[in-house]
Design a binder for this molecule. Structure first.
Ligand code: THU
Length: 158
């Protein structure tokens, strides 16, 4: 039998985070709502902290041709790789605005973004911490984004 576990640190409030982590979540929150989400009204913002301490943001960008839309996480990864080429991404904060008001807990990245995070981890040969948070401040910290995509397919399989 093979068992796979995911460990998350959980916090009720942004005040419980380290100053560095709080800064990253707040950077993502600051841009929340500036994306393009006229179809779902569901805004997501992601902030990457690169190894040199810089912060790069991405927001979700939807399109009338729905599959053309891109998630905040993959925009942030692209911006970070473009603006800070060769710099590893240490952490990514992901926050969302839920128009239904139903969610208390943070949400985790979609499958496609997990795959993109997995390849980024392989490229930089270092894990990416995820800070999953929301406007209410509840935050889950995952030490390695790859743990959200167990048994993943990657370059080494080709
Ligand atoms: N979305 C993200 O930006 N990241 C995710 O991980 C999940 C979903 C966006 C895509 C779309 O614009 C909206 O949220 C609703 O799916």
């Amino acid at each position: 039998m093979k068992q796979i576990n995911i460990e998350l640190e959980t916090y009720e409030s942004l005040q419980d985070l380290t100053r560095n982590d709080r800064t990253l979540v707040e950077a993502a929150l600051k841009r929340l709502g500036t994306g393009h989400a006229p179809y779902s009204q569901f805004h997501v913002s992601a902030a990457c902290e690169s190894a040199d301490g810089e912060i790069w943001i991405g927001t979700n960008q939807e399109n009338a041709s729905y599959p053309v839309g891109i998630c905040a996480e993959r925009v942030a990864l692209s911006v970070s790789n473009m603006q800070a080429p060769g710099q590893a991404i240490r952490s990514m904060a992901i926050v969302y605005r839920d128009p239904s008001g139903r969610h208390h807990d943070p949400l985790a990245p979609c499958g496609m973004c997990r795959q993109a995070l997995s390849e980024q981890t392989q490229r930089q040969e270092a894990p990416i911490r995820l800070l999953l948070s929301n406007e209410k401040g509840a935050t889950w910290i995952c030490a390695d984004a790859n743990s959200l995509l167990p048994l993943s397919f990657s370059l080494k399989d080709l």
